[in-house]
Design a protein around this ligand. Structure first.
Ligand code: SF4
Length: 345
């Protein structure tokens, strides 16, 4: 199959039906042994320092991995992608624009999907067959999510990695399926996390810290049991057609569509606190104002750029945030904690 880079989650069923193997360029970038080198490729090509690292990483990944075809999402994700697309064209890549419709309405979505299918030389009926093939794979990803928040046997980092990978199923959905099946049966044998761990939600775009953030909070007796955007990549509301599935996918639309999902999951998963990750120079960071107004729980806003590991400043902020929630929910004893500090001094 010909590889086709994707700049965010797209209807991969159509790409697969057209004989393309989707490659999520974000995952290619962040899983590179040295993601900073991909950012450097973009900066050497002239991308400004104050441009989001994901955009630069995507460009660097295209160059370093020799990606020839790219499906660029021009509406419903990131306005920077429009200019990225122009630069990729300049570099002689075959660039295909894709715009989510203005409203998440199945009829509009059907028309948009038909157009994409036509551009790629396939038909929607063929993509529906692929959708049916992917359905059990997506169901496994949802099982893994349930094992995270209901059974407490999957870590936040594992949840993140499996769900974020569902945008392209690690470039091989057969392999993803068998590996995830195996992983789930191993998880079922595990001892659950203790009940006194704080339960956190992670909202916002996936971070540049990959698993590091999750491991850090777990070292402080807290765990992420809800990864908002990553869970959406696995399409938890598949509906009865591709048009419905992608209309139920809230990420490309108003922040209110996301808020509806977030507040529902926060209540269902008994969340104690929220980490909102924002990427430096990203317009989505402004949404923090709306989240803080609507979500009535302690919230920590973390901003990442191109550091790829948690800075000591961020580590301190996370620790203070977790201590504050524990105090509020009496999961630590303030008097003993205070005495402990005096003793150490
Ligand atoms: S983090 Fe924001 S600016 Fe960066 S690619 Fe994603 S949407 Fe665009």
């Amino acid at each position: 199959m010909k590889k086709i880079g994707i700049t965010t989650t797209v209807p991969i069923e159509i790409l697969l039906a057209a004989g393309y193997q989707p490659v999520d360029l974000n995952n290619l970038f962040i899983s590179d042994p040295d993601p900073a080198r991909l950012v450097n490729i973009a900066e050497k090509a002239g991308f400004p320092l104050n441009c989001c690292s994901w955009i630069k990483g995507i460009y660097g990944a295209c160059m370093a991995y020799g990606i020839d075809n790219v499906l660029c999402v021009t509406s419903g994700d990131c306005s920077n992608t429009i200019m990225l697309m122009e630069v990729l064209k300049l570099r002689k890549l075959n660039v295909i624009p894709f715009a989510y419709p203005q409203q998440p309405l199945p009829q509009q979505m059907e028309y948009t999907l038909q157009e994409l299918a036509q551009k790629l030389g396939t038909i929607l009926e063929a993509a529906e067959i692929v959708r049916a093939e992917l359905s059990p794979v997506r169901a496994l990803a949802h099982q893994l999510d349930d094992l995270t928040w209901r059974e407490s046997v999957v870590s936040g980092a594992e949840n993140h990695l499996w769900l974020v990978s569902s945008s392209d199923f690690n470039q091989d959905y057969h392999k993803y399926r068998s590996q995830l099946q195996q992983f789930i049966s191993e998880c079922r044998q595990r001892v659950p996390y203790p009940d006194d761990y704080l339960r956190l939600a992670y909202i916002g775009v996936p971070s540049v810290y990959a698993g590091g953030l999750y491991r850090y909070v777990e070292n402080h007796r807290a765990r992420v049991v809800f990864n908002e955007v990553q869970r959406q990549f696995a399409m938890p509301e598949p509906g009865s057609s591709l048009a419905e599935q992608y209309s139920n996918y809230p990420y490309p639309y108003s922040i209110n569509e996301r808020l509806h999902d977030i507040t529902h999951e926060i209540a269902r998963r008994r969340i104690d606190g929220v980490i909102h990750y924002v990427q430096a120079f990203c317009h989505r960071g402004i949404g923090d104002i709306i989240f803080r107004d609507a979500i009535k729980l302690p919230m920590l806003t973390l901003e990442g750029n191109d550091d790829f590991v948690l800075t000591s400043h961020n580590r301190t902020r996370i620790e203070a945030f977790l201590d504050m929630i524990k105090l509020r929910s009496s999961k630590i004893d303030p008097i003993n904690t205070y005495k402990g500090d005096i003793h150490e001094d």
